[in-house]
Every structure is written in C-alpha cells, then in structure tokens.
Design a protein around this ligand. Sequence first.
Ligand code: WT7
Length: 634
Amino acid sequence: MAGTKTNNKDMYYPSKEIIEQANVQDYEKRYKYSIEQREKFWEKEAENLDWYETWQTVLDDSEKPFYKWFKGGKLNIVHNAIDRHLKTWRRNKLALIWEGEPGDLRTFSYHALNREVSKFSNILKSMGVKKGDTVTIYMPQIPELAFAMLACAKLGAAHSVVYGGFSVEALAERVFDARSKVLVTADGGYRRGKVNDLKGIVDEALKRSPTIESCIVVKRTGHEVYMESGRDFWYHDLIELPIACNGGCETEKTDAEDPLFILYTSGTTGKPKGLVHTHGGYAVYTSTTHRYVFDIKEEDRWWCAADPGWITGHSYIVYGPLINGATVMMYEGAPNYPYPNRWWKMIEKYGITILYTSPTAVRGLMRFGDEWPKRYDLSTLRLLGSVGEPINPEAWRWYYEVIGQKRCPIMDTWWQTETGGFMITPLPITPLKPGSATKPFFGNEIGIVDDQGKEVSTGEEGKLVIKAPWPGMARTIHGDPDRYVQTYWADYKKQGWYKAGDSARIDEDGYVWIIGRIDDVIKVSGYRLGTAEIESALVSHSVVSEAAAIGLPHKLKGNAIHAFVILKDGVQQSSQLGEELREHVKQEVGPIARPEDVTFVDSLPKTRSGKIMRRVLKARTLGEEVGDLSTLEQ
Ligand code: WT7
C-alpha cells in the first residue's frame, strides 16, 4: 500500500507494511517512559552491547556539564562493531560494499573487515601509536578510511578525521591542535573523473606540522607523489611486513569514557572546535538511534551517502551500522559522475534498501529530471533519510514521490557533530510533514526558548535547547574545556540546558521545524563553515585589509558564501583580483569554502566594539529591513 496524504494538513502517513515491521511500534508511550526513566531507558539499550565490565553508574552528573555515561564500564567500540560478530554467522556477512568512482568494486565480510583492521592496527602499533594518542586521518572515501578509524579505536587511540575536501591550512591547524605524531593519507582520490591530489596538500601541510613523525600513504590513484624518506611509508609495503600480520591484533579494553575520536567543526571563531566523543555512550547512542530510526534489519543494505570524514559518516557509515551488524554501502565519488544515473544504478545493482543523504544531494539530482531515476528498479528501497540542513518541501516531495515512489517514509534527522547522533527525528511509524524533523528521539527533552529561557508560544521562532544529557553527547572540546562550557552551556547556565545554535519553531501538533543557524556558521551544501575561517583566510592574503563573509540563499547549496573585502591602501580593485581571492580561500580552507563572489567595499558595518555585523550586511545585500541598529557604529 502506498503512503497516503491528507489534503488539509499536508501530512504523509506510513503504509501498513512499514508500520507492521517497524522496530518501534509506540512512540508516545515509550517517549514518556524514556523521559521519566531516562537512566533506565539507556541502561536497557546499553545491555545490547558487549561489555568487558559493567558500569557502576549510568549517568554521573557530579561535574556538570561534563557528564559521564556508563562510568566504570569497560568496552571497546570495535569489539562491538567487529569482534563479537565473528563468533556468529555474521562472520560471513558482508560488512562493507564499496564502489570507487571509476567503477571498481571491493567487498568485505565481517571476517575480512577484521583482518584489514587488525593489520592496520598492527602497523599503527609498530609506529608507536597507543592509548592516549591521536592519529590524524586525511583520506578519500575509500575502505582504508574506515579501516584506519577502526584500527585506532581498536588500540584505544583516538582518531581525528579531517575531511578530504579541506586544504592545507585547515589540515595543518587540525594536525597541530591534536598533536598527532602519525598521519594516515592516500596519494589521492577521484572526484568527477579527476584526481584530487591529497598527498600534495599533505606535503604542504606537513611543512607547518612539527608534530608529525610518520605518514602512512595508501595508493589509490597511482599518480606520482613525493615520498619523504624516513617519514612517508606506502601502506601496501607496510602490510607485507611481519609486524602487520602476526595473527590478528588484540582489542584494547578501554573505559566507557575513554576518547574514541576528535572531530573538528566550525564555530564562531577562526579556530575550529575539536569535539571529543567517547567509546561507551557514543556506541550506545549511535547503534540505538540507527536501529530505531532506520529500522535496521538483518537483510538490509544500508547506504549513508555522506563522507566518512564528517560526523554523519562516523556515526552512520562506520560505528552505528557496524555495531548493528549491518551491510554498509560506501561510494567514493560524485553522485552525477559520469552520468546523473550513478546513484540510481547503484541502488539497483546492490539492492539498497535504505538511502540516507542530504537535501543538497537531493536537489542536485532532482535538477536532472525524473528520467534518470525512472529507468532503474528502485523497488528495493524501503526507507529514505535526510540530514544536514532543512529540506525544502519541493525537494522532499521529489525524493518521496520519484525516488521513494510514495512507499518510503523520509527520516529527516536533526542532529549535530556535538550530539553524536539523531536528536529530533521521525521513526518509520511517524506521520510526516515535508520539511519538519518531527519530534525528539527517546530520552531527549527539547525546548524552543527566548534569551531568558522562557518557552516561546506555539508557532513562534525561538532558540533550540536540549534540556537533559544524552549518551551520545560530545564530552568536551579537545584542549579547551572552557570553550565547551562557554559555547554550549553558558547561555542557559541556570537551567543547565545545552544551546544548539539553531533557531526553530514547534507547531500545534508538536512538530519541530528547524529554521537555521543563529551563530556565525554558514551551512553550504550541508557543510558547516565558520564565517571567521573564511575571513581569516581572506585577510591572510597580502592585499586584504579587512573581510566579512555571509551566507545567502542558494537554490542548490542551501546557502552560498559571499565575501566583502576592504583592500589595503593603494591596491586596485579588479575582477581578476576578486577571482584570485576566491582561489586563495579555496587553497587555504578547501573547495567548499570558495566564495560565490567577492565584493570590494570601503567599509563594513560594525558595532561600537568593532564586531562586524554580518546580519546587517546580509539584510542590506538582500534588500531587507535591517532592524535595530542602535549598536551600529556608523
Ligand atoms: C547543523 C549541524 C548532523 C550531521 C550533519 C551536520 C543543521 C542538521 C538538520 C536537519 C535542519 C539540520 C543544523 C545543525 N542540520 N540536520 N535535519 N534539518 N537542519 O552536522 O556539521 O555538526 O551541523 O546542521 O543547523 O545545527 P554539523
């Protein structure tokens, strides 16, 4: 039975089949229980994992906001994601199906995954990596990226994955902040038929990275790269050494609160925030959310089309699905390469049952028309998902009607790098409204409030807060606990609430509608960029005196970056110079940060204290009312 739509409320109901097989049958009752008995709820979920030692306390809130979950418990996320499956028939189940952009295919059973990860662990160990270290990983979307992450975790070391689309300065800064001694990379990756020269970027970044001693290089593209003797080692050479294959590798018995990874994300200052996630709470949270929201079944083929270099990939390509023993699909390249049928062809070829992607990807594929997906058999699809930014109703309907063929509910999941997993999301049984992430996940209490913490009225816009701790929450900002407190917990200190940094509203049915960021963060194609990072890249160019970056609406990307630049005295404006500055940002931060355009100006709107008022700049550019300007300097 196809999903039906009511006329009056634009509500989409799941079919009987979807409801009948859903892993969760009753939202309201269970939600109520999860709020009233939060610790009991999570304790029960934690029991689905294998622990070396059970916890003494489910939630320790003695040092708020530095919450601890499952304190005293010992487990390793890799033991749960791989080792324990090897004792069952899942040993021979496909863990990973990977397709490269040129069309190459590699598959790994759980048995094979264990072999690859163990080899990688042994290599890292031979380079001195141990508990307490952080290994930086800068890779294209190839299986070795996942192997490297899991290999670190297996040893009890933390990983810090830097998205392969970032460039020299962004990489160097993250390597240094994490004080990594080992970097894992590849010669390059494929994107739109071209080679992305990662090793070239690494070489430049390492000139600015005094902490790195060794660099492991996976051969992917085979183009010529510089290898520094004594520092750079080919992965394919290392795995042949006796040290790599000495009969597996023991999994370290980590504490629940031991760091699993650092993941950097943009904030309101130029310095990225290294959010720290841990083995225990994160394992419980990602696996539980994945199982309930995406209704994961043994026979599913799960495809999260994000990059593993972002939190989405960490939580829902690598950790959550593998803990659940799922078969995970991973694809290296662009969705429309060489033709816009690429994704639909892969869904047919591999029999994908669940597709999780971003509004940007949906919009990007939608513009090529219905003919491309219509030529393929998409009947294996059961559920769809969206993440990264609000999905506009037009894209939602196309996704629902053309891709899901009115059969597959769309899980519009709201969450953040900081939250580790889904926070506001439908379940397969939830009636949907296009553009709404619907309701909070179990255990999560949210509020839409004003600056004083008072709930705004129904339908009104306010600030999104999370009122109680959850196991998947980031524990701190690496090396800067004060910033963690300041950024997330200071505004509603009295109430003890977490400030998400988004504005939202709740409608009369209790459905949450996310509006967007309220801080100086721009979401470009779902990627999070700080205005400060773009501005500091601009002022690092010799001709620039001052710069401001804002996000303006863009049909495909959601938002696009527009830069305003004051040139130094005597420097001539020209369109060529504008182009050079755009390239400069791309070189320093990465292609996603390249401004859409650069406008030369003589002054920038500022507060009396000298802060750039991007809000004013944005309103002026859009020709909108500027609002209260009492703090404006000019
Ligand atoms: C920000 C977090 C969560 C993984 C990817 C992004 C926006 C995320 C949604 C959604 C509306 C969304 C928010 C949030 N966002 N999901 N379903 N609907 N907005 O992680 O880079 O940490 O960004 O992405 O603004 O604060 P991130």
